[in-house]
Design a protein around this ligand. Structure first.
Ligand code: CA
Ligand code: CA
Length: 365
């Protein structure tokens, strides 16, 4: 797939050098399909799989097992036949692999993707990893079924806003929450990420016993002031939740909304990151692309930083290099928009990788 991508971007770069006329670009693309290599079995399989998956504990693991949890990225695109053409995923920080072992027709997690030996073991012969894996419990020397879940990666941050009038105290809980991986012994959060308010000590977390997302000051206890967001879901999806009104000692339904943050900062290799500095992307209809530097100014930077939760921001805009040639172009803001996606932009793009933006959000003093 990487080869395909670089081939595609080379073709795109050649097209861009040749002309800026959009119509002839379209014609060029359509007229030369026979020059592209035929897809192989392995590239077909890889095309169907997510490039990044989240591995999380659904049952209590040892601390060693906890260390295998996390984000896995496709790392090997032409795996040996032992992996039956499936992509091999690597833990983003550790030397663990999620790979298909053809002899067993199963997805596994282990130290070596060219060997059968592993600590986690799936039950499916699917083309892509997913569902539940069993965990090898070394203390008891047996497999624990459905101990680990392979699934999608949650958004790195979410926005929490009032949908009804709240008290001042309730208002202080609103804002951007940034996700992290909490490692708790008893796993009360069922392996879901925990999100912390960007400035305050409030958490948005999943409480397994209630099968609900909640907001409270301690993600290890059930106690919370807001509850009910997207029951049972792996990630805090956009939804309404209830609010505990302490004046009336009652829950107010649909008082708080969880929403998507459609602006994000990513690392040099395109992974969403928390923090004040990164390459600027925005997400439209679920598709994240880089924001091109053409026409982008400090108004847009302020909108982006505000959306990222930096309320009164002094943004810095610098050059950046995108990892892929994928852009929203001519993003033009007045500065009063609440989201970058509300700003005007072109319906086409003619940007190259070196036209990305490195954004730094610093709060005004
Ligand atoms: Ca430019
Ligand atoms: Ca442009």
């Amino acid at each position: 797939m990487l080869l395909g991508l670089s081939l595609l971007s080379t073709v795109c770069a050649m097209r861009k050098k040749r002309t800026h006329d959009i119509t002839s670009n379209d014609l060029t693309t359509k007229s030369t399909p026979q020059t592209y290599p035929q897809p192989t079995q392995s590239s077909l399989l890889q095309a169907a799989c997510d490039t990044t998956v989240a591995i999380r504990a659904e049952k209590t693991l040892s601390s060693f097992g906890q260390g295998l949890m996390g984000t896995y990225d496709i790392t090997i695109t032409t795996p040996p036949s032992a992996n039956a053409g499936r992509p091999v995923y690597k833990h983003r920080d550790e030397n663990y692999y999620l790979y298909y072992w053809n002899d067993f027709s199963k997805w596994r997690i282990g130290r070596d993707h060219t060997a059968a030996s592993a600590w986690a073991d799936g039950s499916s012969n699917s083309a892509c990893p997913g569902g539940s894996l069993s965990w090898w419990h070394d203390s008891f020397s047996h497999w624990v079924d459905n101990a680990i879940a392979v699934g999608k990666v949650c958004d790195p941050s979410v926005a929490v806003a009032a949908a009804k009038t709240l008290s001042t105290f309730g208002q202080s809980m609103m804002g951007v929450y940034v996700g992290f991986t909490a490692t708790t012994a008893a796993s009360p959060n069922a392996g879901r990420p925990v999100y912390k308010h960007k400035d305050e000590s409030y958490y948005l977390y999943y409480w397994n016993q209630f099968s609900k997302w909640r907001i409270g000051s301690d993600y290890n206890t059930a106690s919370g002031w807001a509850s009910g967001f997207t029951a049972s879901s792996v990630c805090p999806e956009p939804s309404l939740g209830s609010w505990w009104d302490s004046n009336f000692n009652a829950w107010v339904d649909n008082a708080i909304a969880v929403g998507k943050v459609t602006t994000r900062l990513v690392s040099a290799d395109g992974h969403p990151i928390a923090g004040k500095t990164g390459l600027l992307q925005m997400v439209v209809d679920g598709i994240g692309k880089y924001v091109c530097d053409d026409a982008f100014d400090n108004n847009g930077a302020r909108v982006a930083c505000r959306e990222l939760g930096y309320a009164v921001a002094n943004p810095l805009v610098a050059d950046g290099v995108a990892h892929a040639d994928s852009f929203y172009d001519d993003v033009t803001c007045t500065g009063s928009e609440s989201k970058l996606t509300e700003c005007r932009r072109s319906s086409y793009e003619n940007c190259g990788k070196s036209e990305a933006i490195t954004l730094t959000c610093t709060e005004a003093r």
